[in-house]
Each structure stands twice: as structure tokens, then as C-alpha cells.
Design a protein around this ligand. Structure first.
Ligand code: PLP
Length: 381
């Protein structure tokens, strides 16, 4: 389906989202309407990447250069990068053993910094208690911007992740839940935020061609004051995302099935620690994280190498030098203030991570768990 759609877009030559006939709704606009309906948000804007969606979410919700933005320290590099891009200052918050933002540290740093914004990453799909978080942020008059790169499809107490803050960002990059190579979505219920985000994304004065958008008078209030940062999604990528959206719920079920096989096998082994999952948390098990506190760095390196030699690729968040993806906040040296966050450092030092591609079968997951347990026992002896 995706391939046929892509060929048809290429045959039409209309790859640009604003290359439409009178009255025609572009494929990108159609995708935005479909995603906003699926997500249960009023509006959606498709962007060039998840990082761009975060940047536009920050700008459109009122973050200005020099403003402080609270953010959990366990996240991926595009998050502090988006804050930097806006000229704002990241105030990093510690995490707890469940990989969640530490609400006490959040309250403390919100008060000491005076920040009015929280950019919350549901990192690796672990959602904190959203009722508590929203209540705390409301009491501190803080706007929540959700980074749902790992929680497209996840819910807290039946409500989709991405519907708790004023605006949210998603990624459609290859390693996320739907795949257009690169891409991202911004969703919101707020008329002014979506109008600004559309203009920031590079709509020129063609915003009227967005089907997922507020009335003209909202644009009239912001269109001349809002800079064009050129971050539009194109019709080719949109055309491959539409059929994937239809498959997403089925994929989530399959991810969770595979996750549960790995989790059930591995948690039987002494010394492997899994975070708590609240019964209100409906997560998407597209990757798995666990901690092994008893291993020292030498043992960890042998364990990873030996697993890799048998075809099991584990990522470790504790390496002194960032390898491949950077999720170690202390490697983002361009930040003004790099605090010492004792729990984040302690937890990441012993945390392993594995992606669960849907090409894996239940049998693969059984073999993978067996290899991990055998290699762990070897380095422990
Ligand atoms: C992937 C990711 C993003 C956005 O990534 P892009 O590559 O820009 O689409 C943002 N936050 C987290 C936590 C991510 O993993």
C-alpha cells in the first residue's frame, strides 16, 4: 500500500504539500487530519522531523530566547538540541529508578529556576504518573510540552500520551513507531499554537491549504509576527505514513506480546532489575530496558561483547563516551549548566536497552532471553 501510494505521488510529480489544485486537499493535509483523529487531538501538523516538531512546539507555546525549560535528564539528544535551537536554557531534572522524572526534583528546580515550561520526554516509553505530574505542573503554573517519540499509541488511565500537555511532538523517523525515514508530528487543541506552528513550519501565506487548522482570523493575528523556519513534511513521506497509521494498533499489540516474552523470561533471573509499570500505564513495548547493578564496567563490556558475538545487540547507557545514540546528559557539553544528577548517573551506569523490531518472533525472543541469561551468568562467575 505504502509503496503504491509513493509511486502514485511520484507519478503525479506533486511532492510539495502546497502543490494542489483549487479545492484539492494534499496528502500531507489528509495525513494530518487522520493522525489528529487517531490521537484524539484537535489539530496536527506534519514536520520534517521529531526534533523540528519539538522545536516548533516550544516556540509556539511561548518559549523565548533566554527562557528556562525544565526537562528530564534521561532523554535523547534532539531534546536538549531543540531547547538550544530556540535559544532557551535547559534545566535538567533527575530521574528515579523507574526511569521517570523525579517529581520532587521537578518541584525544587521549577521553584528555584522560575521556569514556566516542562519539556517531558516519555523516554523509552516509560510514563510517570500523569495525574500527579499534571497536578504538580498546574499548581506551579507550568505548561507541559510532551515528547512522545517513544509513546505513540501509549496511554495513561485510558488517555493517550500526548493529550496531557498544551502541545506534543511525535517522530516518524525509522526507529520509531511509524516510519517515513524522517518526519514528525505536532499535535495540540490550541488554536493559537497550531496557527503559529503552521506558519513557523514554513506555510508562507498558504496556511489555508491545511485541513487541520483553525479559522482565518486566528492566522490574521499571528501571521506577520511568526517567522518561517522551514520544516514542512512532503507528500511522498506522508503517502507512506497513511497506511502505517491504519496498522499501528495491531503493531502495538505485537510489540507488547514480544516485550512480555522477554520481560517474563528475564525477570526470573536474579539480579536483573525491571522498572515498575503502574496498572494505569498502557505502554508500547517497542524496546526493553533493564538494570544489572552487580556488574562492574569490565564485566559490562564483556557481557555486551559476548551477547553481540551471539547476535544480540544491547545498548548500554553507562559508557563514558557516548556511542551511537547519545542519551547521557553529561555528554551535552554545549549546555550552560550541567548539574550532577546522582540518580540519573547511577541508573544509567547500569542500564541496558534493546530495540524490539517486529521482525522478531516469539521464538526469537525466547532465544534472545536465553543468550542474555547465559552470558550474564558467565561474566558473574
Ligand atoms: C527520536 C527522538 C526524538 C526526535 O527524533 P528525530 O530523529 O528528530 O525524529 C525526540 N525525542 C526522543 C526521546 C527521541 O528518541
Amino acid at each position: 500500500m505504502g509503496i503504491e501510494n509513493a509511486i502514485s505521488v511520484m507519478n503525479s510529480g506533486k511532492l510539495h504539500r502546497y502543490n494542489t489544485e483549487e479545492g484539492e486537499i494534499s496528502i500531507t493535509s489528509q495525513l494530518e487530519v487522520l493522525f489528529s483523529k487517531w490521537q484524539g487531538a484537535k489539530y496536527c501538523l506534519a514536520c520534517t522531523s521529531g526534533g523540528v516538531a519539538i522545536q516548533l512546539a516550544l516556540r509556539s507555546s511561548g518559549v523565548k530566547p533566554g527562557d528556562k525549560v525544565l526537562a528530564n535528564a534521561f532523554t535523547l539528544a534532539p531534546v536538549p538540541g531543540a531547547i538550544e535551537n530556540v535559544g532557551a536554557k535547559a534545566v535538567l531534572i533527575d530521574i528515579n529508578d523507574n526511569f521517570h522524572i523525579d517529581l520532587n526534583d521537578l518541584e525544587l528546580k521549577a521553584k528555584s529556576s522560575g521556569s514556566k515550561f516542562l519539556l517531558l520526554s516519555h523516554m523509552r516509553g516509560h510514563m510517570t504518573n500523569m495525574n500527579k505530574l499534571v497536578n504538580l505542573c498546574n499548581s506551579l503554573n507550568i505548561k507541559i510540552i510532551e515528547d512522545c517519540a517513544h509513546t505513540m499509541g501509549a496511554k495513561w488511565a485510558g488517555k493517550r500520551s500526548g493529550n496531557f500537555g498544551v502541545v506534543s511532538a511525535f517522530s516518524t523517523q525509522t526507529y520509531k513507531h511509524i516510519n517515513s525515514g524522517e518526519g514528525g508530528f505536532l499535535t495540540t487543541d490550541n488554536d493559537e499554537i497550531i496557527a503559529k506552528a503552521i506558519i513557523h513550519s514554513g506555510s508562507y501565506m498558504l496556511y489555508g491549504r491545511h485541513a487541520s487548522s483553525p479559522s482565518e482570523n486566528i492566522f490574521d493575528q499571528v501571521k506577520l509576527e511568526t517567522a518561517n523556519f522551514s520544516g514542512r513534511m512532503d507528500n511522498l513521506r506522508s503517502s507512506v505514513l497513511i497506511p502505517q497509521l491504519e496498522e499501528l494498533d495491531k503493531k502495538v499489540t505485537q510489540w507488547n506480546k514480544l516485550y512480555n516474552v522477554l520481560n517474563d523470561n528475564l525477570k526470573k533471573q536474579n539480579g536483573i532489575f525491571f522498572p515498575n509499570r503502574d496498572s494505569d500505564e498502557y505502554f508500547v513495548g517497542s524496546s526493553i530496558q533493564f538494570r544489572i547493578d552487580s556488574l562492574n564496567n569490565e564485566q559490562i563490556k564483556s557481557f555486551i561483547n559476548n551477547c553481540k558475538a551471539r547476535g544480540v545487540e544491547l545498548k548500554w547507557f553507562g559508557d563514558e563516551k557516548p556511542v551511537a545514540y547519545t542519551s547521557r546528559y553529561d555528554s551535552w557539553k554545549y549546555l550552560d549548566n550541567i548539574p550532577r544528577l546522582a540518580n540519573t548517573l547511577r541508573i544509567l551506569a547500569k542500564t541496558f536497552d534493546m530495540r524490539i523490531p517486529l521482525t522478531f518472533t516469539v521464538q526469537d525472543c525466547n532465544i534472545i532471553s536465553k543468550i542474555i541469561i547465559e552470558e550474564l551468568q558467565k561474566v558473574q562467575n
